[in-house]
Design a protein around this ligand. Structure first.
Ligand code: NAD
Length: 508
């Protein structure tokens, strides 16, 4: 059984059965049986079916937001904005782009392949297993689910055991649009259920979660083998240049570091500030942190509790270690003496690269600040890390911003903004290095759940092709084509090719 406690009160609020491996396999089997009809229904029909989710969210959004907030502890506004709103945003985007993205596209021909036409198109993979985490339990499940479904796959979702209430919200949401049986299945459970899903008869696994679990998922998928997409952790850098709009950057740093109580893969976890503006900027940041209000979803606060006690313990450990290792706790630093998993918004300075708080993902309401000499040092430090998910650069010189962004080893980088790039359906999202690989969101989110098929067409008018048998007596002309190509002399290569075509198609 999954035992669920309210993060804001610590009270027991539910028990949820853990699906057995047999139940997981049965769900995958139903998804497999549903696949051909769903694939053949066509994109328009699938989009129309999924578009009905908007109505479901409109009718039940307030109730869903309350349940997601109770499950996670996040403010109600966050449940609306960062969880439920993703549905209309992504559906609208895919209604505009899906057909063109997945439809047949003609590729340019080359002189070497006269008379041929070349196309690329996409087709669904089959049954997709999606395994999701607890920090944005609705959107991190639903965005890959709708992307995979629109692309013509059927899906089995394994939500996080930390947020089973949201797993039920998702199940109800999709049930309400009357999908054909088996097109979308939810299997609640823990790591063992996730492992059973990877072992079951699926065609791709899309995993969002920690680096360590990601490695296990990839190892299990390698045995089959099936394609894997890993969306893993981050230790994102924010770089504040000497010419930044400091007031804006300070507000952004505090939102980017503390929203969702810092439990965000794209949280600001390393704030680099150049020496020239360090003191002024730090004072602005501290004012913003001091003004934050924490509380339960009913208390209309800025940040809630941590979603689980286990996560609060990780945060406590990181902060204690930081102090031991020589950092300064400028404010916060303690668990709050009340029920639930509350931890004070914490600002830490004098942070250096050898410290645990710098190396490991903290995933809590903690903002570590690092003083650097200049932007070059900031970029060097930002990149010298195992993670590379997103990042941001703050400067009023847009050219400088773009140039620094292009030096950042991360899957996304923003200039004078942060986090927004993740919620924006236009942009592909995913990491580099230990933050994972593969991209979703954007048109890439449909391609991620599709196989690519290349098609070559010849009208079939010629009797034989220049390179077909017989080879006898053709070597010199082939050599002419070869040499022409090597020297970039397409006229010579083309002449050789024409000779071969005539030779192979002489009237008999
Ligand atoms: P986690 O790795 O503990 O669990 C993620 C999911 O994997 C859960 O559903 C869990 O039940 C399942 N799981 C556990 N063991 C498994 C196994 N052996 N095989 C298959 N599935 C298994 O991660 P978490 O604590 O839920 O999430 C937090 C982590 O996720 C952080 O590292 C965070 O940065 C990362 N994350 C990444 C992104 C991203 O998009 N890159 C987004 C959100 C969170």
């Amino acid at each position: 059984m999954i035992i669920k406690h309210d993060p804001s009160t610590g009270k027991l609020i539910g028990e949820f059965p853990i699906s057995t491996p047999e139940q997981v396999q049965a769900a995958v089997q139903r998804a497999r049986e549903a696949f051909p009809a769903w694939r053949d229904a066509g994109i328009d029909s699938r989009l129309e079916t999924l578009d009905a989710l908007r109505g479901v969210i409109e009718r039940n959004g307030q109730e869903y937001a309350q349940r997601i907030s109770q499950d996670t502890g996040k403010p109600l506004g966050d449940s609306l904005l960062t969880e439920l709103m993703t549905i209309p945003m992504f559906i609208d985007f895919y209604k505009k782009h899906a057909k063109k993205t997945l439809g047949r596209q003609k590729r340019e021909n080359s002189l070497l392949f006269p008379g041929k036409a070349h196309y690329v198109e996409y087709f669904p993979m089959g049954v997709i297993g999606i395994i999701s985490p607890w920090n944005f339990p609705f959107q991190l499940s639903v965005i890959p689910v709708i992307s995979a479904l629109i692309a013509g796959n059927t899906v089995v979702l394994k939500p996080s055991e930390v947020t089973p209430i949201t797993g039920e919200v998702i199940r109800e949401c999709f049930e309400a649009i009357g999908l054909p049986p088996g097109v979308f299945e939810v299997v609640q459970g823990d790591g063992s259920t996730g492992a059973a899903l990877v072992d079951a008869d699926i065609d791709k696994v899309f995993f969002t979660g920690s680096l360590e679990t990601g490695k296990r998922v990839m190892a299990a998928a390698a045995k089959k083998p099936i394609p894997v997409e890993l969306e893993l952790g981050g230790k994102d850098a924010m770089i504040v240049c000497h010419d930044a709009n400091l007031k804006r950057a300070a507000k952004a740093a505090v939102w980017g570091g503390f929203v969702n109580c810092g439990q965000m893969c794209v949280s600001v976890e390393r704030l680099f500030v150049v020496d020239e503006v360090y003191d002024e900027f730090l004072a602005l940041v501290k004012n913003e942190v001091d003004a934050l209000r924490f509380g339960s979803p009913e208390e209309d606060a800025d940040i809630g509790p941590l979603t689980s006690q286990a996560q609060r313990e990780i945060v406590e450990r990181h902060v204690q270690l930081a102090e031991k290792e020589g950092a300064t706790i400028l404010c916060g630093g303690q668990s709050v003496a009340r029920d639930g998993n509350f931890f004070e918004p914490t600002l830490i300075t004098n942070v250096r690269p050898h410290m645990t708080i710098y190396q490991e993902e903290t995933f809590g309401p903690v903002l570590p600040v690092i003083r650097v000499n200049d932007e070059d040092e900031a970029i060097k430090l930002a990149n010298d890390h195992i993670y590379g998910l997103t990042g941001s650069v703050w400067t009023q010189d847009i050219e400088r911003g773009l140039s620094l962004a292009s030096r950042m080893e991360s899957g996304q980088c923003s200039v004078n903004d942060l986090v927004t790039s993740v919620g924006n359906p236009i942009l592909p999202f995913g990491g580099v290095k230990s933050s994972g690989f593969g991209r979703y969101h954007g048109v890439e989110g449909l391609i991620a759940f599709s196989h690519q098929r290349a098609i070559l067409v010849d009208r079939g008018w010629l009797k034989s092709e220049p390179f077909w048998f017989p080879y006898t007596g053709k070597y010199d002309t082939l050599n002419e084509v070869f040499r022409g190509l090597l020297r970039g002399n397409m006229i010579r290569a083309g002449k050789g090719l024409t000779k071969l075509i005539f030779r192979m198609n002489r009237p008999t």
